[in-house]
Design a protein around this ligand. Structure first.
Ligand code: R5P
Length: 319
């Protein structure tokens, strides 16, 4: 039984396609909300329907232009609060700035924490997101956070479409847990490529391999792909150590700069991504395939609205 009044789903301009897909799953129309910029670059938001006491879900993935989309989200939350929404959930499929989650150099910010504060101060009551760069980012919020995982969907896709006789590879020691979860689902061994990032350079240094890959196909699993440097360098190391075909499965396709071309030219056979972020024509190369996470978000929204367990979606209990 719904605790809050009617469900209202609205979106900013970051990824309307995904918001529409989520609404299709929930069998409701997207709420009337205009979000645009005046000529002076100021963003304006207006809800064109009554949202008083409604259970409002604002879908806004932090796609590029990242800073504009953050401001849209903050202003949408503020407008919803001032329109007396009953509860406001910020649905953020991709949480940008997640890599700035610690002081790993002197005199640097923790921008992920700053963004979490801004969202909370704007008036959000809850967060629904997916595959944060580090799970601990949940703790940057003093409001409930539901973090979904794309791993079961990605693993299921590899099970259906990938080759047998494979190994799951992590691109980093810090990412070994994600690889372990995937390997458990797929019942496969794991290998870890130790990544060395050179300061603030987006370039990846050479790394060493832990585990056996010779004669096996490899599935590289990662939370996001930016320049593509991480997965390409991992793929090269796997190849050098005798791996056969290399597949990459990544939740968030940031795909910055010339990354798509680099993937095209690389030893990677296929890059499978989810639609947490929109893909431009330039990014959409032949090696790319997308699996949708819209139904997962739709089901999570249904459960949050009706006070049902979100965790049960992943551990197969029915509570
Ligand atoms: C880093 O720790 C992440 O898990 C990804 O490996 C990283 O963000 C990918 O970035 P890029 O594609 O620019 O190497």
């Amino acid at each position: 039984m719904a605790i809050f009044q009617d469900l209202t789903i609205v979106t900013g301009n970051s990824h309307r396609l995904l918001a529409n897909e989520i609404c299709q799953y929930l069998n409701i129309s997207i709420g009337q909300c205009e979000v645009f910029k005046f000529s002076n670059d100021n963003i304006f938001v207006k809800y064109n329907e009554n949202i008083r006491e409604k259970d409002v879900f604002i879908i806004q993935s932090i796609s590029t232009p990242v800073n504009d989309h953050i401001m849209e989200l903050l202003i949408m939350i503020d407008a919803a609060k001032r329109a007396s929404a009953g509860r406001i959930t910020a649905v953020i499929p991709y949480f940008a700035y997640g890599r700035s989650d610690k002081k790993d150099q002197p005199r640097v910010p923790i921008t992920a924490r700053l963004i979490a504060n801004l969202i909370t101060v704007a008036g959000a009551d809850r967060i629904l997101t997916m595959d944060l760069h580090a799970g601990q980012i949940q703790g940057f919020f003093n409001i409930p956070v539901d973090e979904l995982s794309a791993v079961p969907i990605l693993a299921d896709d590899f099970n259906k479409n990938g080759p047998t006789n494979s190994v799951v590879a992590a691109t980093d020691v810090g990412d070994a847990k994600r690889a372990r979860n995937t390997a458990d689902i797929l019942n496969m061994p794991i290998a870890i490529v130790e990544k060395q990032r050179l300061g603030n350079e987006e370039k990846i240094g050479s790394g060493t391999l832990i585990g056996k890959v010779k004669g096996l196909n490899a599935i590289i699993i990662d939370d996001e792909i930016g320049t593509g440097g991480t997965v390409i360098s991992a793929a090269n190391i796997l190849k050098e150590n005798g791996a056969k075909d290399i597949y990459c499965y990544v939740t968030h396709p940031v795909l910055s700069g010339e990354s798509s071309k680099s993937i095209s030219d690389s030893v990677i056979k296929e890059l499978v991504i989810t639609n947490t972020l929109p893909i431009s024509e330039k990014q959409n190369i032949e090696k790319l395939r997308t699996v949708s996470i819209a139904n997962l978000f739709g089901e999570a929204i249904h459960r949050i609205h009706n006070g049902l367990s979100v965790g049960a979606m992943f551990n197969k209990t029915t509570i």
